[in-house]
Ligand binder design. Sequence first.
Ligand code: EPZ
Length: 418
Amino acid sequence: MDKIIIEGGYELKGEVTVSGAKNAALPIMAAALLAEGTTRLENVPELKDIATIAGLLRHMGARVELWPGRAEIEVDQVDNPVAPYELVKTMRASVLVLGPLLARHGQAQVSLPGGCAIGPRPINLHLKALEAMGAKITLDHGYVNAETPDGLKGTEFFFDQPTVTGTENIMMAAVLAQGRTILRNAAKEPEVVDLAAVLNRMGAQISGAGGDVITIDGVTSLKATDYSIMPDRIEAGTFMVAAGITRGRVLIKGASPGCLTAVTKKLEQAGLVIEEKGPDLMVTGPERITSVDLKTKPYPGFPTDMQAQFMALMCLANGLSVVTETIFENRFMHVSELKRMGADIRLSGNTAIVTGVPFLSGAPVMATDLRASASLILGGLAAKGQTEVSRVYHIDRGYERIEQKLSALGARIRRIRA
Ligand code: EPZ
């Protein structure tokens, strides 16, 4: 199993290019199930999760080719509309095939994702919305069995709480349904907007994506198309913190600042200087990091996927900051590992009270989930001495060649096969 070794204390300098967004590429690859012909995707990140969904689509009968940065998906027919437990347990986003399979093939058998390190993460809202569209759903032996003998019907559905993949799944179900579907209290994340854009290029009729009311008028068929995936705003945000925590100066190319407003605002409050240069962001770290309180929220609020990285920064701030996680029940797994590096953090329910310390010390630490592992790498970049991050398979799920990108910025970081 690989480990990442970091010698801390080096200011990051130079430029880094943001890869395509994992959380846009996954639903967009699932959407290829809806279309006749060959879908060609550019700016596809080379990640473990992308390989997993490619494997899942092949398992169903699709032809999927992956090249560095590109994917080609052809789904003439799905001869096996099943998402098996073996695949779904490695990546819960596999549930994103449910809507497209039902819409195009009238039936699907998808393993229930089960719990996750950051919370129980049920899919009850996905299933409730599909039932409202006329799907017959049973849960059996850990699987969701769904069928639509008379096809899906448009409906009006209110999400009890905004759900990103829930909105994406139902949007994909509704594009081939009979009549109009109106989704209320929908998720507004940029990845939802990116998915709606590619579906509309396939011939769908979606309006309002990015707002909390999305309207979809069903059509009879969709044609495959070519599309370039949006940049990864969470990867960009992670590099912004890397520049800040090392007191460096980094140009983040293709960051698409418009999707990072909440992150930028908070980092500016922490003392970072952030200059917009068209699609790029120039980020300069401060001499002294200022403590800032933070509460995660659905978009356009501060993303939960940046909470751990921001907490690493607050560990070195000049005072006390209160970090409140409102999206997931158990997203503080990085706290005990940051404390191993000398951080001063007290937990109380969904709140972490971080008292800044003058420095962190390098230590052996263990990654527990994707974003927690990013926060440990950030802590290691700033720490005195050597940090050894184990279980880095977590980071490979969502960050493309992170150690190469960081070492190109002057970080002393390498991967070892342990
Ligand atoms: C997406 O997960 C992202 N994953 C997550 O990124 C991200 O953290 C999350 O949205 C929130 O922004 C992908 O896009 C593949 P939700 P998702 O449904 O869709 C509850 C990363 O690090 N809920 O918006 O699974 C749920 O438990 C990953 O890249 C229900 O109760 O998140 C949570 O508390 C981690 N019932 C809240 O809603 C449902 O049916 C929001 O979850 C659905 C969700």
